[in-house]
Write a protein that binds this ligand. Structure first.
Ligand code: ATP
Length: 267
């Protein structure tokens, strides 16, 4: 967006039931983000502080954005979202103002979640842009805003990245994005659940979702969804999706995340 007025404040419509698997992450996010907002008064009375921000990291297409949205929907929180690269593409000085506006709008919309997608674009190690200084200034502004989110004002930041190695450590200090949540590639059960969810509305014959899950190891959630989608399109000519159609949809997909690149996400 060219200005923050382009940013929508919404309560999204994604439900937990739209998401296959990842139950433990749902539970964790509710605990860490929703409870402190919903039970503000009790937290205050007990003198317990809550994290201001969470960093979700993991391979692309594994539901980070969808989880953040579902959390907002299910907890009735307003949701403001912005992508790191969009903020950087602004005119000189505009990016910092945009960040200030974003937080101020979130405070007026509280209780609210601010979702920063592709935060690595903003939060790259300082000095990495060799000269223009725009990253440094934008990061500094973001840190100022994070430090200013008073405990329990009802604004929480969720940031997401595929490149945790590029995040400036200053962002991860206590009081900032202090909780790290890993969102992995979908495991066997998660993939099976995605197939089941997607095939609720697609006619099929002879499909065994356990088997489908077995042969999609290494695919991201988004890629499993793409397999279902492409299989559904194939079935237009013959009426139903068969195991052969699924098989061929799988072989047409090249996984974006290789086994080697998973090492990015482990120490
Ligand atoms: P990126 O890092 O590329 O921004 P992301 O981790 O934020 O990706 P999403 O945008 O949330 O991923 O997911 C992409 C799409 O993949 C979703 O819109 C959804 O259709 C599908 N998807 C991924 N994982 C799941 C899942 N566990 N259940 C249902 N759908 C999923």
């Amino acid at each position: 967006p060219r200005s923050m007025n382009d940013i929508k404040i919404e309560v999204p419509e994604v439900r937990w039931s739209d998401i296959g698997g990842l139950r433990d992450v749902q539970e964790l996010l509710s605990r860490v983000i929703s409870w402190p907002i919903i039970h503000q008064e009790r937290y205050r009375k007990m003198g317990i502080s809550a994290p201001r921000g969470v960093l979700m990291y993991g391979p692309p297409g594994c539901c980070k954005t969808m989880m953040a949205k579902a959390l907002a929907t299910e907890s009735n929180l307003n949701f403001l979202s912005v992508k790191g690269p969009e903020l950087l593409s602004m005119y000189v000085g505009e990016s910092e103002r945009a960040i200030r506006d974003l937080f101020s709008r979130a405070r007026s919309a509280a209780p609210a979640i601010i979702f920063f997608d592709e935060i690595d674009a903003l939060a790259t190690h300082r000095g990495a842009d060799r000269g223009s200084g725009v990253h440094d200034r934008v990061l500094a502004q973001l840190l100022t805003e994070l430090d200013g989110v008073e405990g329990l004002t009802g604004v929480v930041v969720i940031a997401a990245t595929n490149r945790p190695d590029r995040i400036d450590k200053a962002l991860l200090r206590p009081g900032r994005l202090e909780k790290l949540v890993y969102i992995p590639l979908p495991d066997l059960q998660c993939r099976e659940e995605i197939f089941k969810l997607k095939f609720e509305k697609i006619p099929y014959e002879g499909l065994d979702f356990k088997e489908c899950a077995k042969i999609t190891e290494g695919l991201s959630g988004a890629e499993v969804v793409a397999v279902c989608h492409n299989a559904a399109i194939e079935s237009i000519t013959c009426g139903v999706v068969t195991p052969e159609i699924v098989q061929s949809a799988i072989s047409n997909i090249t996984p974006q995340t290789s086994t080697e690149s998973l090492s990015l996400y482990h120490d």
